[in-house]
Write a protein that binds this ligand. Structure first.
Ligand SMILES: Cc1ncc(COP(=O)(O)O)c(C=O)c1O
Length: 420
């Protein structure tokens, strides 16, 4: 499939970006409007944040010099942990070098083969990798379906009532932009008193809740969510990840047993300083989050007027339904030719045959950029016949949420695309 797409000149991935201004990038000598980035608050180009990043590199050097366990643990990491814990409303946090390794390390070391993981089918690949590494019993449930989660949980507990039960969901799903029904999922704790909730809020942090405190804060359920995991690679303009909880003993255990934390290098100081600076700016200027939501509402309305299908998204991640993968590739290529950078999400990142163009918006997008993007999408939606009125059976997309159980690497993996 990669080869075919390359031969047809529509292969959209690994595009080398020469330069970035945040909402615009330069590719192959052309300046394009970026509507695919996870830099939701536009912090990557904020001069205050860049200055903090540079200052930290000057003070601490460019690399960490080792894993945190050995000689790479900086006071800056610890300051960041305590700041993050306060930010999301938990007692303690542990920082890892990426979001991926946070999920991988934390989930793998906290569970044993006797335990049960009830996991939304559309969770990120890093979650599935953590689940597999834990060797706990993995039970996926239909996306965002709390009733399905309860049914799976009931059967699993009946068979094995001795282990830990962990329910894992994202706060805002990375491809669909769907918000988790966190209130319904947390309610399962009323029946299953030992149930623990693990929230991956990679895309909710900085976006959801008051001052960007995340999806648990949005629902007012911070105390009921046992683990809040987040990444720095989205709204927090850096790279890295953390897991926060009120149970300090579990986090202390995790600090000594998460393999990527012990056996892989620490987050560089400059990346930690970036996140601290983002949190400072967020505290000073919560208007950034409000602006992001103003833009989000404007785009949702624009898409609705154009008539494209965006499924259930209510967030700044807004997928435009394409259906066939080659259609999504051709659409992305046409967008590129019109000066707009956005990428297709295909199976297994989304259900088979339900490719989308994943669009994502930033607090720093200008009105003129949004107007131009909507103009291009309107023109191309008509040309490629992807409006609801052009499609014979859009309902199947709206209802479908099953991934193939045969996908060995779990949703989010690129493996099947390369193999097919
Ligand atoms: C939901 C979710 N969790 C975890 C990750 C991994 O985070 P990172 O890219 O910071 O390693 C991502 C990144 O794509 C994600 O979308």
């Amino acid at each position: 499939m990669v080869q075919d797409a390359k031969e047809q000149g529509i292969y959209p991935y690994f595009r080398p970006i020469d330069r970035s201004w945040g909402t615009e990038v330069e590719v192959l000598g052309r300046r394009l409007i970026m509507i695919g980035s996870n830099d939701y608050l536009g912090f990557t180009h904020d001069p205050r944040i860049i200055e903090a990043t540079a200052k930290a590199a000057l003070r601490w050097g460019s690399g960490p010099g080792g894993s945190r366990f050995l000689c790479g643990n900086l006071t800056l990491h610890e300051a960041l942990e305590s700041r993050l814990a306060t930010f999301v409303g938990k007692k303690k946090a542990v920082v890892h070098a990426t979001g991926f390794t946070t999920n991988l390390g934390a989930i793998a070391c906290m569970l044993t083969p006797q335990d049960i993981i009830v996991c939304d089918r559309e969770n990120h690949a890093s979650i599935f990798e953590g689940c597999q590494a834990s060797r706990a019993r993995l039970i996926p449930f239909a996306h965002n379906d709390a009733a399905a989660a309860e049914r799976k949980l009931a059967t699993a507990v009946q068979k094995n009532s001795t282990g830990v039960q962990l329910l894992i969901t994202e706060g805002v799903f990375s491809m669909s932009g769907d918000m988790a029904p966190l209130d319904e999922l947390v309610k399962l704790k009323d029946t299953y008193s030992d149930l623990l909730i693990y929230l991956d809020d990679a895309h909710g942090l900085g976006v959801m809740g008051q001052g960007g405190r995340g999806t648990a804060a949005h629902f007012g359920l911070t105390a009921q969510v046992d683990f809040i995991m987040g990444t720095f690679s989205k709204a927090l303009a850096s790279i890295g990840g953390f897991i926060a909880a009120d149970d300090e003993d579990v986090l202390e255990y995790l600090r000594h047993h998460s393999k990527p934390l012990i056996f892989s290098a620490a987050l560089p100081a400059s990346n930690a300083a970036t996140v601290l600076a983002c949190l400072d700016v967020l505290d000073e200027d919560p208007g950034r989050v409000t602006r992001l939501w103003d833009i989000t509402r404007r785009v949702h309305q624009g898409y609705q007027e154009i008539g494209v299908i965006t499924k259930h998204s209510q967030t700044p991640i807004i997928p435009i339904y394409m259906g066939a993968e080659d259609k999504a590739f051709a659409f992305a290529k046409d967008m590129f030719d019109h000066g707009v950078f956005a990428l297709p999400a295909i199976y297994p990142a989304v259900p088979r045959g339900q490719a989308v163009i994943r669009t994502a918006f930033m607090s720093t997008h200008k009105k003129s950029q949004i107007d131009y993007v909507l103009e291009v999408i309107q023109k191309l939606a008509k040309k490629h016949r992807i409006r609801a009125c052009d499609l014979r059976e859009p309902e199947s997309f709206l209802e479908g949420d099953e991934f193939s159980a045969k996908n060995p690497s779990g949703p989010g993996s690129a493996v099947s695309m390369v193999n097919e």
